[in-house]
Structure formats: structure tokens, C-alpha cells
Design a protein around this ligand. Structure first.
Ligand SMILES: Nc1nc2c(c(=O)[nH]1)N[C@H]1C(S)=C(S)[C@@H](COP(=O)(O)O)O[C@H]1N2
Ligand SMILES: [Mo]
Length: 421
């Protein structure tokens, strides 16, 4: 692994802007020179298209970062390069880390409690971790958690926030008790509509009374079988950065709904109005808007199930191989609450597509593995694009989806570059 690199939003934006205007004026011959190889399917490459190999975040000659990329130091936000996500169950070392505040330092599992209150419970109730584990049945599920802002770096004009590329997604194995079983034990009133979480992280400004983030989900999502109060990740205690010792996990929804360091849950008789539930936070316009447009608050809606998406995890972008070699390309696909029904790849800039083999999810809300064996008969530069379609018939766009103020929900096709010699 190479040393992690820090990228400031502004640097990336300036570099990309300069490169865009330069590349627009370039001819295919210039592009081939820059790429160091002939573009095999140049005939179907769209005009003004920037080849993936030149759309690097830093020096184009250096290629993309090989390892974990630090997106922000305070708060601590880290993203893996796509090839680190090749395993069906994401290993802890490859999981992106997203914090809105400071990771709590004084966590003691022995005295940790979860209190469930709010206007729509019959009576507030508090559980120790041991009580949760002993009084309720445990379940294990592989659940995909994707940051609502994954892919934000692709939006133009740029949206502020962590400039996530493709890696703010993981599907690890969570073990915990069902929230619905615990809510039943507490007693929920018939007017309940939403739940909200509170964690023990600290606000960046140091004010102990300021809530960092307090989001939630509608009751219908809260009582799904797979919605967990989790105490283990990949069979071990949850690492501190991912919410030790207790975490709410709502697979398939923006990962911001999965509260870390969980110590209080509220059952609300209205849509939860906690920190980062309102304004532009985790909300998108109800209708398409022009890039950069100011959207009235009443026209914003909360992001629920995440859109259909896929990632290429093998080979890594920039891979070189020779014409005689067959290449097994592989990755994952997911679609929020839905199953993915088809995965296709293209090596000619979307002119033609080939169907890949696609596995069923191990359980609801788990990502699915796909693969295909490709051969590249001609020497030169190729791109591999992957496109998933969900069971509703909705496919990933090849171009950027609708712009929104905070740069959420970029589910455009993942593209990698390969060179054949
Ligand atoms: N308490 C708390 N929970 C939180 C957050 C946070 O800042 N504090 N960040 C949320 C966001 S925006 C995301 S994307 C996920 C990231 O989970 P991870 O760090 O395990 O990848 O946690 C969510 N839960
Ligand atoms: Mo997020």
C-alpha cells in the first residue's frame, strides 16, 4: 500500500477543471499519446469524453491511490480504493470511515446502556448491553451500507463535503438483536411514525451539549427483520470507528441512518427532526433542478432506499496485461431495498453490452457478486464500464444523474481503464 494522500476539495476541483478544458481541445491522437496507447474503440468514444485514465485526482502520471485515501482528518473520513472491496464480505481494514464529529474516547461497554424513549413509547426503558444480548434472539446479516454522498466527487458544479469517489460502500456481516423485538418489549403507541438515534460522538466545536447527528427511519423500516441493534461486525466486537459497542444498522438506506455509538433511541409521532434531518442534509429535490439552482426547503425530500449501483473490484483501474490473456472481471451490485436482476459490462464506451453472471444476495439487503470472462483481441487502451439493473427495471445511468445541492446519489456507471500490450 502507498502512503495515504490527503486531497483537499479545492485542489481536486481546480485540477479537474483545468484538465476538462484542456481535454476538450485535444484530438484523439493527443489523447492516445497521453494514454500511451491507441484507444481501441475510439470510434464509439463520445466527443468531449475524458478517458478514465486521465481523470485522476492527482497527477495523471501517478495513477489513482492504491490504498486507503484520507478525505478529511478532522473529522476522520477515509475511503478505500475500489480493488480493496473485492471480497464478498468486506474485511474491516477496507471499510470506509465516515464521521460527522469526533469519535468518543471514553467508551465503556460494561456500563453502556441503551434507552428507548420519545413521545410514542408507552414507557421509557433502559437496557444494558448484557440485557439486550440475553433477552432477545441474535441474528446475523450481511448488510450494504453506502454513504448518501458516495460519488460526490463526480458532480459539477462541485458539492461541498467529502469528495468520495467510489469507495464509500461496504457490505460486512452484522450481528445483533432485531430492533422490532426490542420495540415490542418497550411498547410502542399506535401514533408512532419515525425513530431517531443519538450517539456518543462529540461535536467538532467541543460543545458537549451540541448533537453531532441524529437521524432515523420511518417505523416501517425500523421494524424490518434486518434492522438491527448490532454489537458485532464480521464476528468480532465492532471497531470503535464503526460504532463500538452498539450500533443501529439499517441496510440499503443512506448509511447516515445507521447511528454509531448508539445510546438513545426515540420513537416519534412525527418525522424525526434531529440534527441533519432537515435543510440540504441527506435530502434531495423532489424534481430535477438545474446545476447550482437554489431549491426551496419545501421541495426537498429525505433520501430513503439507495439507488441501483455497482462497482468493479477486479482488476484495478490502470491494470496492464497482454492480448493472449483472458481476464475475469468482477465486482458487486446493490439496489437499496431491491434486488439487482442484471449486470452488464461494456468495453466500447457503451456501444455494446455483455451480460455477466450475477449471484443472488445471501440475504435481503446484501450486495451481489458478478463476474465475466473477457478477452481483448487488440493491443491498446480499453475502458470497462459496469451497469446494474434492479428488479424494478431501473438501470444505472452512464452519465451523471441529476445534480442536487449536497451531491448525493451519484449512481453513474463505474468505469475502469486497462491497457493491453
Ligand atoms: N453517531 C454517528 N453515527 C453515524 C455518523 C456519525 O457521524 N455519528 N455518520 C453516519 C454516516 S454519514 C455514515 S456514511 C455512516 C458511516 O459508517 P462507517 O463509518 O461504519 O462507514 O455512519 C453514520 N452514522
Ligand atoms: Mo454518510
Amino acid at each position: 500500500m502507498t502512503k495515504p494522500e490527503i486531497n483537499s476539495t479545492k485542489d481536486t476541483q481546480n485540477i479537474l477543471r483545468d484538465r476538462r478544458s484542456f481535454l476538450k481541445k485535444s484530438t484523439w491522437a493527443t489523447l492516445s499519446t497521453l494514454l500511451g496507447a491507441e484507444i481501441v474503440h475510439a470510434a464509439t468514444m463520445p466527443e468531449d469524453y475524458i478517458p478514465v485514465a486521465l481523470e485522476q485526482e492527482f497527477d495523471p502520471m501517478k495513477g489513482k491511490s492504491e490504498g486507503m485515501i484520507i478525505r478529511n482528518e478532522k473529522p476522520w473520513n477515509v475511503e478505500p480504493a475500489p480493488h480493496l472491496l473485492n471480497d464478498p464480505i468486506t474485511p474491516i481494514a477496507s471499510i470506509f470511515i465516515r464521521n460527522n464529529g469526533l469519535i468518543p474516547e471514553d467508551v465503556d461497554a460494561a456500563t453502556w446502556t441503551l434507552t428507548i424513549g420519545g413521545e410514542s413509547v408507552v414507557k421509557e426503558k433502559t437496557y444494558t448491553l448484557d440485557e439486550l444480548k440475553k433477552n432477545f434472539k441474535s441474528y446475523t446479516y450481511q448488510l450494504q451500507l453506502e454513504c448518501g454522498g458516495n460519488g460526490r466527487a463526480g458532480f459539477y458544479p462541485p458539492a461541498s463535503g467529502n469528495q468520495w469517489a467510489e469507495g464509500a460502500i461496504y457490505c460486512s456481516e452484522w450481528t445483533g438483536v432485531r430492533l422490532k423485538d426490542v420495540l415490542e418489549d418497550v411498547g410502542v403507541k399506535s401514533d408512532a411514525v419515525y425513530i431517531g438515534y443519538y450517539g456518543k460522538d462529540k461535536h467538532l466545536n467541543g460543545d458537549p451539549n451540541k448533537v453531532v447527528i441524529s437521524r432515523g427511519v420511518p417505523i416501517a423500516k425500523a421494524i424490518q427483520d434486518e434492522t438491527l441493534l448490532a454489537f458485532a461486525l464480521n464476528g468480532k466486537e465492532i471497531p470503535l470507528a464503526h460504532g463500538y459497542p452498539l450500533r443501529l444498522v439499517c441496510g440499503g438506506w443512506p448509511a447516515s441512518a445507521s447511528g454509531k455509538w448508539l445510546h438513545r433511541l426515540v420513537v416519534r409521532n412525527k418525522v424525526h427532526d434531529g440534527e441533519k434531518m432537515m435543510g440540504d442534509s441527506y435530502r434531495v429535490p423532489k424534481y430535477p433542478v438545474a446545476p447550482g439552482e437554489k431549491v426551496p426547503d419545501k421541495d426537498m425530500k429525505i433520501i430513503e432506499s439507495m439507488p441501483v449501483k455497482s462497482i468493479i473490484t477486479y482488476p484495478k483501474s490502470g491494470a496492464m496485461f497482454n492480448t493472449s490473456k483472458k481476464l475475469t472481471v468482477q465486482g458487486h451490485a446493490w439496489a437499496g431495498e431491491y434486488e439487482v436482476s442484471q449486470l452488464e459490462v461494456s468495453t466500447d464506451f457503451g456501444a455494446t453490452w455483455r451480460k455477466c453472471s450475477l449471484k443472488k444476495p445471501v440475504n435481503r439487503l446484501a450486495w451481489q457478486q458478478w463476474s465475466i470472462e473477457l478477452s481483448f483481441p487488440q493491443v491498446g487502451y480499453y475502458e470497462i464500464w459496469a451497469k446494474a439493473t434492479d428488479e424494478q427495471g431501473i438501470s444505472q445511468p452512464m452519465v451523471m444523474p441529476g445534480w442536487n445541492p449536497k451531491g448525493y446519489l451519484n449512481n453513474s456507471c463505474h468505469r475502469i481503464a486497462v491497457k493491453v500490450s
